[in-house]
Write a protein that binds this ligand. Sequence first.
Ligand SMILES: NC(=O)c1ccc[n+]([C@@H]2O[C@H](COP(=O)([O-])OP(=O)(O)OC[C@H]3O[C@@H](n4cnc5c(N)ncnc54)[C@H](OP(=O)(O)O)[C@@H]3O)[C@@H](O)[C@H]2O)c1
Length: 285
Amino acid sequence: MNILITGSNGQLGNEMRVLSKQHPNHRYFFADVVEAENVYILDITDSKVVSNFVAANAIDLIVNCAAYTNVDKAEEDEATALKINAEALTVLGGQGVRVIHVSTDYVFSGDEHVPCRETDPVAPRTAYGRTKYEGEKRLLAVCPDAVILRTAWLYSTYGNNFVKTMIRLGQEKESLGVVFDQIGTPTYAADLAWAIFTVIESPVWRPGIYHFTNEGVCSWYDFTIAIHELAGIKKCKVRPILSEEYQYKTPRPHYSVLDKTKFKKTFGVEIPYWLDGLKRCIAKL
Ligand SMILES: NC(=O)c1ccc[n+]([C@@H]2O[C@H](COP(=O)([O-])OP(=O)(O)OC[C@H]3O[C@@H](n4cnc5c(N)ncnc54)[C@H](OP(=O)(O)O)[C@@H]3O)[C@@H](O)[C@H]2O)c1
């Protein structure tokens, strides 16, 4: 297949490039809005450019890793977030080719106490969550056989993320307060890329919405303790604090664990535990 990977300069896009080396049976077109080595310039909001690119390169499948991911900035500029996270999905979904799209736990309210299933009612509480949910709907309206993977708490060796920030702060500070009243599942973007290739290589195309994160749950506080232990940071004391003490610009979900039963049953796979993913990531950093 000829596969277009959008947003390829991001965390997930980079991990897709790494894993693509293990799948040489396909031809890959890595693209992003910003120029980089071996990356085509492609703005997913530009319908003409996307159509021309898909036709010129006989693309069979689009894997959309592009998104407006800054949760705080999305509150101030929901129009731009909507353009990239939602309007562009009409463009990508309207090309007459298969689409694998990535969405988020932020489509849920975060008020739940049990892991969310794909069939649970959505109730986004942020501009980012609203625009991502709108993107799911717009994609399915024009491309009902798309695959949508909702994920959460992504980190990787690429880009800026929580793991890298906690390593830097752990090296700079003697003490650090980290919230313990937000529960979720840290997810190594390399494992999400593996999930995407699981979908691609499946003998039968199985459309629908799926939840995918690593296994297990923890708080940001527990996550930080594990990061510091694995990175050999000993001098920084990590303190558990409440979300209200941190003063987030945008409220964060208190419980955003996703139930992955559907993905595991459909594709017959087991998913790595979050600490296992973290070990592999930190070993590479
Ligand atoms: N990060 C998380 O914790 C998390 C959690 C749940 C779900 N997700 C979802 O997972 C997916 C991958 O996330 P990620 O962390 O890999 O994101 P990321 O690192 O922010 O990468 C997104 C990439 O898309 C690019 N992009 C932005 N606008 C574009 C446009 N109009 N056309 C083409 N490319 C554009 C970005 O470029 P610029 O950086 O230059 O804007 C960036 O290179 C996204 O769908 C995200 O919503 C992420």
